[in-house]
Design a protein. Structure first.
Length: 160
């Protein structure tokens, strides 16, 4: 496959310097960004139509949200703050707070505070690796734990 061959789920869009991380393989990052944008658009279109699958929210939390949110918050906001600020710790903290505030819009303040520590951990991972794929995987794992906690709590009642 040459560099001009089509890639999975890549949208054609103008160059956006805000989202392009200063790493050697920026072509891959740009493809990942636009793949996330396309995925977000696809999810928005699908969400407008009722689905028969009862597990749609779980599927979104395990697959869609980690990709979309990590592209926005790591490749977008955190990368830009890392480029502009002298402190990686401050860039991570600001990104984590904005991440928690964004979750406050949909989950309420109390629950959004629970996203702050995982967001700091994922931001720290991004700081070290400058790769979004591990961040997506960890985000999906955190969401899986979040989805599993109520099931674990209900398990003793279910078994009795």
């Amino acid at each position: 496959m040459g560099s001009t061959s089509p890639h999975f789920l890549v949208c054609v869009a103008p160059d956006m310097r805000f989202f392009t991380p200063p790493i050697a393989d920026s072509d891959t990052s740009e493809r990942l960004l636009w793949s996330g944008v396309c995925l977000g658009a696809l999810v928005w279109l699908i969400a407008r139509q009722p689905l028969v699958m009862p597990s749609w929210p779980a599927l979104w939390l395990l697959a869609g949200a980690p990709v979309v949110e990590e592209v926005i918050f790591r490749l977008g906001l955190q990368q830009e703050l890392l480029a502009r600020l002298r402190s990686a710790a401050v860039a991570n903290a600001v990104t984590a707070v904005v991440f928690a505030l964004a979750h406050a819009l949909s989950q309420g303040t109390w629950q959004s505070l629970l996203t702050l520590l995982p967001a700091l951990a994922i931001g720290s991972l991004y700081q070290r690796s400058r790769r979004v794929a591990p961040c997506i995987a960890v985000h999906a794992a955190f969401n899986a734990i979040w989805l599993t906690l109520p099931l674990i709590h209900a398990l003793p009642t279910f078994l009795s």
